[in-house]
Each structure stands twice: as structure tokens, then as C-alpha cells.
Ligand binder design. Structure first.
Ligand code: NAD
Length: 308
């Protein structure tokens, strides 16, 4: 996988999970286990850290969004497990202007002990997230959201951080031996953080990619002809089994909390009856996103070709 070469040259490897045969109950649908693969990357990080600089992530959380707090705590927990450092900045939105946040980011840009800076999204409405994100030094943008890093992905150079969620999906597909070359892949969603980089990554590994979005007509028919479906529309359980051809591979990026408190994705549970492989929610793409954040932060600290 082309996007993984930089990680490979710094000692990371994608384990082979092709013989790992866990299936959803009473189905022939294989579980693509992101939790297991994420744990493997935590272990690799623990080993690779020996004799190297300990990577450190600065996490900035502004406001009181409960889901954001959970995501930030999960990230800090995984960094600790891997033996990496993290510093959190929990900011009260009433006490911080946009400029004051940018000043904080600039001081972190200049701090040699900080290798990655993550601003947890979404930001409270009063802030312009583009202005804030653009103040991060590209070499410390471990989320891979900045134009510089998106450009490196779009041109296929892959010499800087790749957006964590789509990168995690690619690594998961690769670990389970899913071939992409020549496959028809549909990406549902065109956001800058998931859909667009996802499509570009699939393209870089020679899939034939269709981007679908909120204005797409005949989405069901488009999905029915896909061998790989990446559901990232942010619509709970929208992809039902009639969207999916027999033996399609389905990746569920969505995360939603239902009224009963349980989590669900963009893919309806009935899809298990038809698909040949599916990512669970929770335990699929979510843990892989954090694993790739870990990897991107390690590369920011260790990769000698990393441009400052
Ligand atoms: P977004 O709202 O920015 O983008 C959603 C995209 O889906 C848009 O491009 C829109 O055009 C498209 N869309 C919306 N409704 C549609 C419809 N009915 N048919 C076709 N396309 C439609 O969301 P995002 O940030 O890209 O995230 C997408 C989902 O992934 C959300 O559920 C989000 O919570 C989840 N997410 C999960 C992780 C993770 O780590 N698992 C990370 C990021 C996002």
C-alpha cells in the first residue's frame, strides 16, 4: 500500500490477519476487527520506541462537547498505553479568543518537545476552524487535514501525515488481504477529513473510485454495482441490505449514539446477511483512527525526512 511506505521505512508493518476468521453470528460475513489491529499498532509502538525520542502529542479541546471529551480521553489513554506522551489543553471557550488559541498553537509549533498538535473538532460556533487549523505547522499536523498534507496525498507523494480515518481504513483492508486494484469502490461522503482523502487513497492503490454525496442520484443502484462500499455519510443505518451486492466488502465509518445509548454506524445490521466482510461499530474504524494518530505522531518524531 503506497500510503504506508513512510511508516514501513520507520519500522512499522501491517500484520497479516488473513487467517483471522471471526464472523458475525450466523452469517458468512467476516468481521474486519479494527480493535485487534489497533492493539497491534500499540504493541508495535511500544517496541519501536526503544532508543528513540518519545513522541508527544498536544491535544487542544475547546468547549464542553461531551462526545469530544470522550474522544480526547480515548486518544490520551492509547498514547499512554503505547508509552507515548500527551499534553492536554482543555480551554474554556468564554476565556479564549481565536487569536489566543492561535498564539497557543504557535508556541506549540515552536516547542521541540511537541511532535503533533491535534485540535479536537467540532469547535464551538464562534471560532473559525480553518483559521485555527491553518496555524498548525504542517509537520505537526498529525491529523493530516492541512492543505499541505492533503496535497501530498493527492499527488501520491505520501511524505507527510495521511488523514487518520481513511488511512486506518486502508490499513485494515490491507491487513485482511483485500485487493483493491481494479475493484469498483464507492465512497459515500466527500468531506475533507473522510470522504475525499478516502477516495484518493483507494485511487492510489488502483481502485476505480466513485464519490457519492448528498446530491448524488440513484445512490442505491451505484452501491449495488460496488465491490467495496465505504459508508461515511453521517446518516444512522442508512445503508440497508438492498444497497449491497452479494459478497461486497462494506466499511462503516459512521458513529452515532442511539436513543437507547448504544452506538450504531451508517450501515444497517441487515447488511451482515449479504456482505462478505464488514467493519463493526464500535470496534472497526474508530480504533483504527486512533492507531493512525499514534503512527502519524511517531513519524513526526522519528522520520528524518520530515520537513520542519
Ligand atoms: P460530514 O457531515 O462532514 O460529511 C458527510 C458527507 O456525507 C457529506 O459529504 C455529504 O454530502 C454526504 N451525505 C450526507 N447525506 C448523504 C446521503 N443521504 N447520501 C449520500 N451522501 C450523503 O461528515 P464526516 O466528518 O465526513 O463524517 C462522516 C461520518 O463518519 C460521521 O458519522 C462521523 O461521525 C463519522 N466519523 C467517524 C470517525 C471514526 O473515527 N470512526 C472519524 C470521522 C468521522
Amino acid at each position: 500500500m503506497k500510503a504506508f511506505k513512510r511508516a514501513e521505512s520507520n519500522g512499522f508493518m501491517i500484520p497479516d490477519l488473513t487467517l483471522d476468521c471471526a464472523y458475525f453470528e450466523n452469517t458468512k460475513c467476516k468481521i474486519l476487527d479494527g480493535k485487534k489491529l489497533s492493539n497491534n499498532f500499540v504493541q508495535q509502538s511500544q517496541t519501536l520506541i526503544n532508543g528513540r525520542k518519545i513522541p508527544c502529542l498536544a491535544v487542544i479541546l475547546i468547549g464542553n462537547d461531551p462526545a469530544s471529551k470522550v474522544y480526547v480521553n480515548n486518544k490520551i489513554k492509547i498514547f499512554k498505553e503505547a508509552g507515548f506522551l500527551s499534553k492536554s489543553y482543555i480551554l474554556n471557550e468564554d476565556e479564549y479568543s481565536e487569536q489566543k488559541i492561535i498564539n497557543l498553537i504557535e508556541s506549540l509549533n515552536n516547542d521541540e518537545n511537541i511532535n503533533g498538535i491535534l485540535v479536537q473538532l467540532p469547535l464551538p460556533k464562534k471560532f473559525n476552524s480553518t483559521n485555527i487549523l491553518n496555524s498548525i505547522l504542517p509537520s505537526k499536523d498529525v491529523d493530516g487535514f492541512l492543505a499541505h498534507n492533503m496535497g501530498s496525498l493527492a499527488t501520491g507523494e505520501f511524505n507527510s501525515a495521511v488523514a487518520c480515518t481513511p488511512f486506518g481504513v486502508m490499513v485494515l483492508l490491507h491487513a485482511y488481504g483485500i485487493q483493491l486494484s481494479g475493484k469498483n469502490a464507492v465512497v459515500i461522503g466527500r468531506s475533507n477529513i473522510v470522504g475525499k482523502p478516502m477516495g484518493l487513497l483507494l485511487l492510489s492503490d488502483d481502485a476505480t473510485v466513485t464519490f457519492a454525496h448528498s446530491k448524488t442520484k440513484n445512490l442505491k443502484e451505484i452501491c449495488q454495482s460496488a465491490e467495496i462500499i465505504i459508508a461515511a455519510a453521517g446518516q444512522p443505518e442508512m445503508i440497508t441490505s438492498d444497497y449491497v451486492s452479494n459478497s461486497a466488502i462494506v466499511v462503516d465509518v459512521g458513529i452515532h449514539r442511539k436513543i437507547d445509548g448504544k452506538l450504531c454506524g451508517d450501515v444497517h445490521p441487515s447488511v451482515k446477511e449479504k456482505a462478505s466482510a464488514l467493519t463493526p461499530v464500535p470496534g472497526g474504524v474508530g480504533p483504527m483512527t486512533i492507531a493512525m494518530l499514534l503512527l502519524n505522531t511517531a513519524l513526526s518524531a522519528w522520520d528524518l525526512s520530515n520537513k520542519k
